[in-house]
Design a protein around this ligand. Sequence first.
Ligand SMILES: Nc1ncnc2c1ncn2[C@@H]1O[C@H](COP(=O)(O)OP(=O)(O)OP(=O)(O)O)[C@@H](O)[C@H]1O
Length: 312
Amino acid sequence: MIETSALTKHYGRFAAVDNISFRVEPGQVLGFLGPNGAGKSTTMKMIAGFLAPTSGSAKVCGFDVESRPMEAKRALGYLPEGAPAYGEMTPRAFLGFVADIRGLAGEERRRRLDDVLGRLQLEGVLEQPIETLSKGFKRRVGLAQAILHDPPVLILDEPTDGLDPNQKHEVRTLINAMAKNKVIVISTHILEEVNAVCNRAIIIAGGKLLADAAPAELEARSRYHMAVSLTTAETDKAKQALGGLPDVESVEVDPLDQRITAFPRRGKQILAAVSDALKAQGVAIRELQLETGRLDEVFRSITQPHAREVRV
Ligand SMILES: Nc1ncnc2c1ncn2[C@@H]1O[C@H](COP(=O)(O)OP(=O)(O)OP(=O)(O)O)[C@@H](O)[C@H]1O
């Protein structure tokens, strides 16, 4: 379990993290979302005990990170931003070193090392200096050190940053496989990642917590939620047919791809009416869909008013 209480970090008069409180329970994969400079890494560093808060507190599995650092760190696996490691070491030497400082020994040490090497498919690069590995393998080494002692709490700062689509998929699969009994917090800019791995999302911007909800709940805040969009060669005819429907509030055409979207009046279902109206007017549809909502639009509308001012 992770609990932060009014967690705050000031650099001079600048509040990088401003009064953030939340609690994460086992089984939750919490996506930490926010624009550049929002305060995500700073918050994670304070939970991981790498940075002292200016005020407020963080607990890991009930242990205060500042007053009980050993117990808190024992319960925690942390992948810092950029997955730093000792570049001149090989993955075998580096992970052996991490196993030693984590206090693993004997059969358990061997078992845990075998487990992470297998999970992250590191066997082929064990003897190659980390600084010569590809970005994807460097990130896997970073993840391996974070999960080596099988901690109940994982904090992963942009775990898929810079990876190719296949590697992203592998890391997301790994996170999903570990999610059942652990508390996992990941930070990301990638909104599709939230749907792929998270069952809860927190949006922060300007150091402040602005939203805390399940991804589907956030999508439901989108003005596209329950809208109907379609493509057709007969744009004007379709627009006219939909504009007259009583439960349709407005109709928009995307200037880039000519996609037509009909927005419902509050609380109205318009899918059947849209489909019937197009049929009645003889409009040939290429494709039509009911929208669940667009996370990118929700993200923008929540974070834009809190964009940081340029500091001098
Ligand atoms: N040591 C420091 N001294 C002064 N300001 C800092 C320091 N570390 C971070 N900041 C500032 O605090 C703010 C939050 O930074 P942080 O790295 O937590 O953001 P982030 O949400 O992780 O951003 P990104 O997505 O770009 O990694 C930024 O404006 C950053 O410039």
